[in-house]
Design a protein. Structure first.
Length: 497
């Protein structure tokens, strides 16, 4: 995974700074509550939502189990339709492929559909380093790009900005990227949208190269699918002469029929709509015969691994690859609502980012080792996930990996990870607990000592324990252990049982 966000502080430190920003918290609270309330109403309209959720889970799990076969089938179908398939093992290889393809066209600028995969690999920075300028065309991504910012939400990358901030960004930055903002621009949504439309229109009409991701890839037909709400995606996918799509290998689905499930669950879980305003599908070039029909004359598909096969090798963690990027988990997460997306140090924020980024990038850095702890384990994320990813289960699994290390797959090789730094006390406490719980006599003696000395117990923990008791009350020790109470009240009648 790209190092774009690496070097940031660990999640607790970044979150501590974020929660002190009252404007940020207000923006997040308003936006997430609005989206999740609308989503709940949209989902309630379907009597078979639970069945659709289970169907999506099964389709994804089946595809992941047979991903090697479906990827080969996808390549054959795309090639037969006039496209060219490239395989990229990591971010550097993917960036080099895309930069080379753009340079071969002789162009020095490209237009882009909103794509998390290209953000993941740092494609814009790689293009800029070679003198190629990439223009984001999604409204929220445009705001982020003009503001020299980073996305903070999967669905609404500029969710941390309010209308006044967006107006100021447009006024000060648009002229550096193309058509300037209109004179007297206000912060009304209609005026802001019109300013963006005028700014982008000239880029759509001029661009010869488009770059996109995809929400789904259909193996049996070689069809790629992009769902969006603004129409900018369709402009990028149809007007340029060359289209380059960078897509994670996990976005594959076996058949056209499988789309039926996801085209019902994705819009309701993301934008709370019954269907997306724009659902664009394309297969190869033109109508399948190179150079004929509408659409690009040249189509290149870059299939991105970048840690995905390593994640696939983890029997518990692989369920993260089911994700269809709906962002429902972000909108219900109490941690995300207060800390925002930037604190996660990744293009994938929120609960899904807390389990996906440490698997794609590994847990070697301070921030990636901290992400599995960026959760209260309340389970709200699992309840709303349209493909039933048990995020709390994966979080606990990754916490164990951080604290204890152990076997894992990195870059296709089986390795034994070392425990992350800073968890020695936790490991010692767990070893002590294991020792006590496997020795009933020692456990009983310790419980009795704790009860008899309860008046001497502190209200807060010393040393590293202060981080835990600083925001929690230590539970009081009962006057007597449960076993002693049971013996006294029942006379030990059931002890033998």
């Amino acid at each position: 995974m790209s190092g774009t966000y690496l070097g940031m502080p660990a999640f607790p430190e970044a979150a501590r700074e974020a929660v002190g920003n009252t404007t940020l918290r207000g923006n997040l609270r308003h936006a997430t509550h609005t989206i999740r309330d609308k989503r709940a109403r949209a989902v309630a309209e379907l009597d078979d939502w639970a069945e659709l959720r289970e169907a999506g889970k099964r389709v994804k799990d089946h595809t992941l189990r047979h991903l090697d076969r479906y990827l080969v089938q996808l390549e054959e179908a795309v090639t037969a339709a006039g496209g060219t398939v490239h395989w990229a093992a990591d971010a550097d290889e993917a960036n080099e492929i895309v930069v080379r393809l753009v340079e071969e066209t002789g162009e020095s600028e490209v237009v882009k559909v909103k794509s998390m995969a290209t953000q993941e690999i740092g494609l814009n920075e790689a293009l800029e380093a070679r003198g190629i300028r990439a223009y984001e065309t999604d409204l929220a991504e445009l705001i982020v790009q003009l503001g020299k910012d980073r996305p903070s939400h999967i669905l609404v990358p500029a969710i941390h900005r309010n209308r006044g901030e967006i107006r100021d960004i447009f006024r000060s930055e648009m002229s550096e990227w193309g058509r300037p903002a209109p004179e007297g621009l206000t912060d009304t949504p209609a005026e802001l949208a019109e300013a963006a439309r005028l700014h982008l229109r000239e880029k759509f009409l001029r661009a010869k190269v488009g770059i996109s991701g995809a929400n789904f890839m259909v193996a049996e037909t070689g069809t790629l699918v992009v769902v969006e709400s603004e129409g900018n995606g369709r402009m990028c996918l149809t007007l340029p002469e060359t289209l380059i799509s960078v897509v994670g290998i996990e976005k594959t689905v076996p058949t056209w029929r499988d789309l039926e499930v996801f085209l019902q669950t994705l819009p309701r879980s993301s934008t709370a709509e019954r269907m997306n305003p724009y659902t664009s599908m394309w297969t190869g070039t033109g109508d399948g015969r190179a150079g004929e029909g509408d659409g690009p004359r040249a189509f290149h598909l870059v299939l991105l691994d970048n840690g995905r096969t390593d994640t696939l090798a983890d029997e518990v963690g692989r369920q993260a690859l089911r994700c269809i990027r709906c962002s429902a988990c972000l909108n219900v997460c109490p941690v995300y609502e207060r800390a925002g997306g930037h604190a996660y140090g990744s293009v994938y924020p929120g609960p899904i980012g807390a389990i996906l980024s440490p698997q794609l990038r590994g847990t070697g850095s301070e921030i990636d080792a901290s992400l599995p702890y960026a959760s209260s384990l309340c389970g709200a994320c699992y309840e709303v996930c349209p493909v039933a990813i048990d995020i709390p289960e994966v979080l606990v699994h990754l916490r164990e990996r951080v604290v204890q290390g152990g076997p894992a797959v990195r870059e296709g090789n089986r390795v034994v990870l070392k425990p992350a730094r800073g968890h020695a006390a936790e490991r010692a406490a767990m070893r002590a607990a294991r020792w006590a719980f496997t020795r009933p006599g020692a456990l009983r003696t310790g419980q009795r000592l704790a009860s008899r000395s309860r008046r001497l117990h502190p209200r807060t923990l010393p040393g590293p324990g202060r981080a835990w008791s600083g925001s929690r009350d230590l539970p009081p020790v009962p006057p007597e252990p449960f076993r002693d109470w049971w013996q006294r009240t029942h006379g030990g009648k059931d002890e033998a049982k």
